[in-house]
Design a protein around this ligand. Structure first.
Ligand code: GTP
Ligand code: MG
Length: 597
């Protein structure tokens, strides 16, 4: 090629009458061109180069190819900017260009599979999954290809018919089933929750449904870079882990971010109300029977006799779920003794009470738990199997018991929602304060606040209304509007079914609640900022990662026990629950599948 070029230019005729260059093996080349017309087909004469010829320039136009510049020796993080983005290997190959992508049937990948098998890592049972009988490999808590594979291998789930729910073309053009289906199942949160919250705040919350795929892709890439390069110290005082431990594989994290962003905007499935009868039936079955209540009363009477012998002036209050109407057939009996303590202490009284109850031999397993925030005596009734907690002068609990009972009378959907949430929390193993998850009381408070914020409101904010009830506890006024019979029509404008509310509750806690900044407050009927409460950092054992203000003891965060590990577990469980309600063909059953440790 190169030699041909040289020949063509050097032998070209300088005048129109000269013959063309002879080419090897070309018979015609030796003959003169007779027809002047054909001369126009000859190459144009090349102008002689000016003398002397300048050195070759490396700027266009030129005929020279500059040698490739040597790649600078990049540090690993710099290489991220040089290497073009590649499609992660775990995604299916993209469709050929020009193919119209059909809306994807929403697959049931692993959204309610063991997301956190390995939860409570310190308990030695970390690898066990939540499917009864299953013993899952130790990496079941991980996202990515392995988890997806295990999920799709699970035959029993494959047979289910899943309902696709679309919103304004949400999934149209989504060529990425793995990503789309990740919405509820999320990815590995092996890093820390603050890092993730940061991602959501910086990237995720900016996206709206109207924004196209390009923008989504850009955000993903930005998110991936942030994941890799910009890990901020957590705002909760825990900065002791090395940064590399906080980083997660990009293939895990981007889909999660994408999924979270997407599902924030999702609408509830259209057939959600068909599940309401099932949920109502379950709720009815959870309500304690009359027989159960009368047995509880017998236990209380028997206890009252024992107490009055030693402390005749003590007043006995029932508190907690046996008195606030949120009690199920499995709830314990909570009793508060109101009495003058004199020179002794509440702990001394409890130790004495435990002694008395043991000698009377009416109750079993009598135990004084004195190290708790609220010291108690715990025992069980052999006849009924009921567990009973007795505390001294815990009048805040008496006040909040009445508050909850009054809220329950305004709209029956509160009781239904709270019963189902409590039942779910018990079965899913996220109702254990000693392990860093939430108390039943905290879940009821979450339900009240959720219904206060529903549009149109289902519950009012009783503490923001003119008080008709007040109890002074240690100088704190516990006051609110308790004439709730006047509020029976309060929620008349809101017709949402319990199935829809249950889905919306989990969806809120999975995707909408701002864990980084917000505190839920039943007292004010809204969310307030952590800054306002000065709950931005860990104080002692109160981590303030998931903040739930007690309605009367406002310095008390009911979520204080939630730590970095259990906030992940909780959020994963909220996501699972939302996914089950959104997609499962039998959510009334699947939602309550027990988590087996
Ligand atoms: P069950 O699980 O049905 O027994 O629900 P419950 O509402 O009785 O919950 P639990 O036995 O955990 O709590 C008893 C009561 O203690 C609550 O209803 C509140 O009145 C009061 N309480 C106040 N602060 C707290 C707290 O931080 N944690 C718990 N668990 N209870 C609190
Ligand atoms: Mg209780």
């Amino acid at each position: 090629m190169f030699s041909t070029c040289i020949c063509a230019s050097s032998l070209a005729p300088t005048t129109p009458t000269t013959t063309p260059a002879a080419m090897p093996g070309d018979d015609q080349a030796a003959k003169p061109v007779a027809d002047p017309f054909l001369r126009f087909l000859l190459p144009a004469p090349k102008p002689r180069p000016a003398e002397p010829s300048p050195p070759a320039r490396l700027v266009p136009p030129h005929g020279l190819v500059a040698p490739p510049l040597p790649l600078p020796h990049a540090r690993p993080d710099e290489r991220l900017f040089i290497v073009p983005p590649t499609r992660p290997s775990w995604l299916p190959p993209p469709p050929p260009p020009g193919t119209t992508v059909k809306p994807r049937p929403v697959a049931p990948p692993n959204e309610h599979r063991a997301r956190n098998a390995g939860r409570f890592a310190g308990n030695g049972n970390g690898g066990r999954g939540r499917v009864p009988g299953a013993f899952l490999p130790p990496n079941r808590g991980r996202a990515g290809p392995e988890r997806r594979k295990v999920a799709t291998d699970h035959k029993s789930k494959e047979k289910k018919a899943w309902v696709a729910v679309e919103k304004k073309g949400e999934d149209a053009g989504d060529e990425d089933p793995a990503v789309g289906s990740e919405g509820y199942s999320g990815g590995d949160e092996g890093g820390n929750e603050v890092e993730e919250d940061q991602l959501e705040l910086e990237g995720g919350e900016q996206e709206t449904e109207q924004e196209g795929g390009d923008h989504r892709q850009r955000l993903d890439q930005q998110g991936e870079l942030k994941n890799s390069l910009a890990v901020a110290p957590d705002g909760n005082g825990d900065v002791d882990r090395p940064i590399e431990n906080l980083l997660m594989p990009q293939s895990n994290q981007a889909p999660r971010l994408r999924g979270r962003m997407r599902r924030r905007q999702v609408e509830c499935r259209h057939d959600i109300d068909t599940f309401t009868p099932g949920f109502i039936e379950l709720y009815e079955s959870l309500k304690p029977s009359e027989e159960h209540k009368s047995k509880q009363q017998q236990l209380v009477d028997s206890l009252a006799k024992s107490v009055s012998k030693e402390w005749p002036n003590a007043q006995m209050h029932l508190y907690g779920s046996c008195a606030n109407s949120f009690g199920t057939a499995h709830s314990d009996v909570d009793v508060c003794l109101e009495m003058e303590i004199g020179t002794g202490s509440a702990v001394e009284i409890l130790l004495r009470l435990a002694e008395i109850l043991r000698t009377e031999d009416k109750f079993e397993s009598v135990e004084a738990i004195t190290g708790a925030r609220v010291p108690i005596v715990r025992m069980s009734d052999p006849g009924t199997g009921f567990s009973c907690d007795i505390c001294i002068n815990n009048l805040f609990a008496v006040a909040n018991t009445k508050l909850l009972k009054d809220y329950a009378q305004i709209d029956q959907r509160l009781l239904q929602l709270a019963f189902l949430v409590k039942h779910w929390a018990k079965l899913r193993g996220v109702n254990e304060t000693y392990r860093g998850t939430l108390s039943s009381y905290a879940y009821v408070i979450m339900c009240i606040n959720f219904l206060q914020l529903r549009e149109p409101n289902i519950l009012p904010c009783l503490q923001a209304m003119e008080p008709t009830y007040a109890l002074n506890v240690d100088g704190t006024e516990c006051a609110y509007f308790d004439e709730v019979h006047q509020l029976h029509d309060f929620s008349a404008k809101n017709k949402e079914s319990i199935a829809k509310l249950l889905w919306a509750f989990f969806h809120y806690w999975a995707f909408h609640h701002d864990y980084r900044n917000d505190v839920i407050s039943v007292r004010l009927g809204k969310t307030i900022s952590k800054q306002e409460k000065n709950w931005t950092t860990r104080v002692g054992n109160d981590r303030h990662l998931m903040c739930i203000e007690d309605p009367f003891e406002t310095s008390h965060d009911l979520g204080r026990v939630v730590d970095k590990q259990t906030i992940r577990i909780l959020r994963e469980e909220f996501e699972r629950a939302a996914a089950v309600l959104q997609y499962d063909e039998d959510p009334c059953a699947t939602l309550f599948e027990p988590y087996i440790l």
